[in-house]
Design a protein around this ligand. Structure first.
Ligand SMILES: Nc1ncnc2c1ncn2[C@@H]1O[C@H](COP(=O)(O)OP(=O)(O)O)[C@@H](O)[C@H]1O
Ligand code: SF4
Ligand SMILES: [Mg+2]
Length: 342
């Protein structure tokens, strides 16, 4: 049976009490001049222990802002609302100090540009140690020993010598590894990787994704992988949430995504992932412009680019609804899409 679901019902439908993070009805607004930017619009998702959740969508679809919002890092946001329960605590209700404690200790973060996390004027080893000392994870002696261990674990050779290097003495791939070492230093429950492999070549990308996967399996750490590259998400994630115009279009386990996508945008993403020899996959764009976010959403935000759009699509916002366990979609014509795509 297919039914319309409120965010709360959706959350219970797809999530268990044990989830590491449950985000419900997240909304973020910015102001740009006289305009309001509706960057994140009633987004809900969750991640279970040991699970890798992919958040995918084109540039500007609200992936980064969604995660930055729940971490209190959406700088300049006019408003952030909703709930984001991490291990039972609503992050959106915490004071700045309490959030700072959680960030870097319980939730690790890695970004596309390691230089946003690494201090160029500080030795790599000292920075990793500092991550532990700030959060009182261990004492200086323990932090030093663990830093060497971490450098080794993330595949940085000659850890003792590398401890004393500065970020500019590392290659891009090495900096990425150092950033991962820093992010996992305090053994976080959740690691958020935002386009973390976008700037590195395909070989290093595969190595870094493998490394994250090993860390996840070893400690049942959860990962949220934010990427505009659907190929990366399909190679690596257990479950995928597709964002468009700051809204969830579809959410499903990987197998369902590939076998029976139910949203035209997802079908487009799936079909535009082309095998490039044995080495990787490439995302080619879906025709049309990304949605502007300067007005509240009326109708389906994907309608201007959708080959299946009908009058109803421009008049009525498609609500997220369930198509089966763990599979939700926001499209008026999901059943037809599914039967055509599979
Ligand atoms: N500080 C800001 N001020 C105004 N608009 C912003 C700000 N940060 C992000 N946005 C807008 O929010 C939308 C979502 O951005 P973002 O989450 O960074 O997209 P992406 O999916 O590429 O990560 C974009 O339209 C972006 O221009
Ligand atoms: S609701 Fe309509 S416009 Fe939107 S994706 Fe579905 S068919 Fe296309
Ligand atoms: Mg981004």
């Amino acid at each position: 049976m297919i039914e319309d679901l409120t965010a709360e019902k959706l959350a219970t439908e797809n999530q268990t009490a044990e989830d590491v993070l449950t985000v419900e009805n997240l909304e973020t607004r910015f102001r740009r001049g006289d305009d309001t930017i509706y960057a994140v619009n009633s987004v809900s998702f969750s991640v279970a222990p040991g699970e890798t959740l992919g958040i995918v969508g084109e540039s500007g679809s609200g992936k980064s802002v969604s995660l930055l919002s729940i971490l209190g890092l959406a700088r300049g946001a006019r408003s952030v609302s909703g709930t984001a329960r991490f291990m039972g605590t609503d992050l959106l209700k915490l004071r700045r100090r309490q959030l700072e404690d959680i960030r870097g200790r319980d939730i690790g973060m890695i970004f596309q540009d390691p230089m946003t996390s690494l201090n160029p004027a500080m030795r790599i080893g000292d920075q990793i140690m500092e991550a532990m000392l700030t959060h009182h994870y261990t004492n200086r002696k323990g932090a030093f020993a663990r830093t060497l261990e971490l450098l080794d674990k993330v595949g940085i050779p000659e850890a003792r010598a590398r401890f004393r290097s500065y970020p500019h003495e590392f290659s891009g791939g090495m900096r990425q590894r150092a950033m991962i070492a820093m992010a996992i230093a305090c053994e976080p429950q959740l690691l958020i990787a935002d386009e973390a492999t976008t700037a590195v070549d395909v070989t290093v990308q595969a190595q870094i994704l493998d490394l994250l996967d090993d860390l996840r399996k070893g400690r049942r750490m959860s990962i949220i992988l934010i990427t505009h590259d659907f190929g990366v998400a399909t190679n690596f994630c257990d479950r995928i949430v597709v964002l468009y115009a700051g809204k969830v279009m579809e959410s499903a386990r990987l197998a369902e995504f590939l076998a029976c996508p139910a949203h035209p945008y997802t079908v487009g993403l799936r079909d535009s992932v082309i095998e490039v020899g044995q080495r990787g996959r490439k995302l080619t764009p879906i025709p049309g412009m990304a949605a502007t976010l300067t007005e509240p959403i009326r109708g389906c935000p994907f309608a201007p680019r959708c080959s299946m759009a009908i009058d109803r699509c421009t008049q009525e916002v498609p609500q997220l609804r369930s198509l089966g366990p763990g599979h939700t979609v926001a499209c008026h014509r999901a059943e037809e899409v599914m039967s055509r795509a599979s």
